[in-house]
Design a protein around this ligand. Structure first.
Ligand code: UDP
Ligand code: MG
Length: 316
């Protein structure tokens, strides 16, 4: 039985994977713990999988799974947790933004009985705009969600075996890990570390991808946006009613004077906006139901370290 599984989603990380691997070995070696490193290649097109094949050939503690295309980090983390066999699982990014030196500290806290140990980064060195948006987003999330998500608490964390099993027992296909981690509960402890720039390569999270991720997060945990749509609609209805009464009263007392073209247009435009937004929210949920109902797997595997071993045997 291995004590620790390091789970690493990798998408086009061939530039940093070797540095990452060396850093992990250097950090874990002195602890004397037995470990395995589970790399998940998320459909990279830059030779990441070739690097993984070599690492696995050189070291039996390295295992990997490679997807048939890019399925996203959530799916890659899921695959990594599924293949992990350790008593504790540490989720890490491949770009060295999650410093491997912190893993021994996480292990120590885990040995004190915590099921989840979260390394929370501060936002130093991050663009002012992005960090302002993130902060605002987490304020919104805290208001809306039934689960608690801390700002800066990313996916860099240690999970005990029972916490991993709890995560793996959640069947949804729209996965928002930050929410799932919080949903499963268990004793959780967090500590802060200073934000690090990625070692090489580029971030895969452009503006649009981040926005979609944010929407997923807000919608995947509750139906409060639907409730908000109903509230807005009711308030608008009440104000429209009052306004109509005022117009009628005004017409009765002072006689009809203006054709009211401007107000009419304003009301139509305003209400159509609200209706469209509400429809959008409903559509989003219906889409999610449709998506879940299809029960598709989260990813398709192209090859694993075991299939590579088979290849070596048959000489193919
Ligand atoms: N990643 C992935 N699939 C994706 C996008 C990212 O497996 O579709 C991995 C990526 O290789 C890295 C981690 O997720 O190990 C975090 O990605 P990135 O560094 O691009 O995100 P950022 O640190 O900018 O939030
Ligand atoms: Mg990164």
């Amino acid at each position: 039985m291995v004590e620790i599984s390091i789970v690493v989603p990798c998408f086009n990380e061939s530039e940093v994977i070797d540095a990452f691997h060396t850093a992990v070995l250097a950090a874990l070696g002195p602890t004397g713990a037995s470990f395995e490193i589970c790399y998940v290649d998320d459909g990279s097109g830059d030779g990441t999988v070739e690097r993984l094949r070599e690492l696995a050939r050189a070291d039996s503690r390295v295992r990997y799974t490679s997807f048939s295309r890019n399925f996203g980090k959530e799916s890659a983390m899921l695959a990594g947790m599924r293949m992990s066999r350790g008593d504790a699982v540490v989720l890490m990014d491949a770009d060295l933004q999650h410093p491997p030196e912190l893993v021994p500290r996480m292990l120590e806290l885990h040995q004190h009985g915590y099921d989840q140990v979260v390394a929370q980064r501060d936002r130093s060195g991050e663009g002012a705009v992005r960090s302002a948006f993130s902060r605002a987003y987490y304020r919104l999330v805290r208001r809306f969600m039934e689960v608690e998500i801390a700002d800066g608490a990313g996916d860099f964390r240690l999970l005990s075996r029972r916490a991993v099993d709890a995560i793996l027992s959640l069947p949804e296909s729209n996965r928002f890990s930050k929410g799932l981690f919080s949903w499963i509960g268990f004793d959780t402890v967090s500590f802060r570390y200073e934000n690090v720039e990625r070692a090489a390569g580029a971030s895969k999270w452009g503006g649009r991808r981040l926005l979609n991720y944010g929407i997923d997060g807000l919608l995947s945990f509750n139906s409060r946006p639907l409730r908000l749509a109903i509230h807005t609609g009711l308030w608008l209805f009440v104000s429209a009613l009052l306004y109509a009464l005022w117009i009628v009263a005004n017409a009765l007392l002072n006689g009809v004077d203006t054709p009211g073209y401007a107000t009419l247009i304003a009301a139509i435009v305003g209400l159509s906006g609200v209706q469209l937004a509400t429809l959008g929210v409903i559509g989003e949920y219906v889409g999610r139901i449709y998506h879940e109902a299809k029960r598709r797997p989260h990813y398709v595997v192209r090859e694993t370290d075991r299939s590579a071993a088979v290849d070596a045997r048959t000489g193919r």
